[in-house]
Design a protein around this ligand. Sequence first.
Ligand SMILES: [Zn+2]
Length: 247
Amino acid sequence: MADQEVLLGRMTRREVREALARGWFQTAIVATGSIEQHLEHLAMDYDISAATWVAEQAARRLYPQVVVAVPVSVGISEHHMLHPGTLTAKPGSWLAVLFDAVESLVRHGVRNVLILNGHGGNEAPVGGILRQWQLYFHLRNPEASVEFHSYWDLSRAEAEQICDTEVPGHATEYETSMALALFPEKVRHDALDNQREQQQLLATAEKGALLAEAAVAQTVAHLEAMIAGAHREEIERGIAEEVFPPE
Ligand SMILES: [Zn+2]
């Protein structure tokens, strides 16, 4: 296996099998995002690229505890469909694939799954169903835990210190700064310079580097807490309030 490979899709079945047999990769990050318009200056795949980047960096810092899966690159983006090129999944279709990917990981023995999201339109649909998913997995395997967070929420306190405008916004200061630092090839400077008096003009690569580091560091901290079982009690309490016990 390539040194410190953490992306599931790049590994062979032998590499995955042997890693799991060694007790590695007991925790997984499932990255979610979107392929959608990001104004005139930023590439369509920013959201899924950013979530995947944060997930990969965090997993590398915790190697070999955490593996990263990216089962779907599109998101729930009906509100961007007036812009050609946007791809959108219906909430039911998208949630079905996401759930099935999480369940696949759990069936292979992964204990903790963090769905690390990079697109705002995915938040409400997952938020509406997450407790049901936690219940489902808990009743089948009390060791399994599933959480969902957007990467900017895990690092919101730092991000709001670094940015003058809304976090995360949409292709504005926060996301454009991240892109300038991580994927400069995704930013069209001519289009950016033409957008006078817009929030994205506040974006800099320097801010992006700070935002990216905060996102990775807070994702690592969150994963460490998950691995230590620190969130388990809270999830179990929520579950206990909803389950009808046997007579
Ligand atoms: Zn975005």
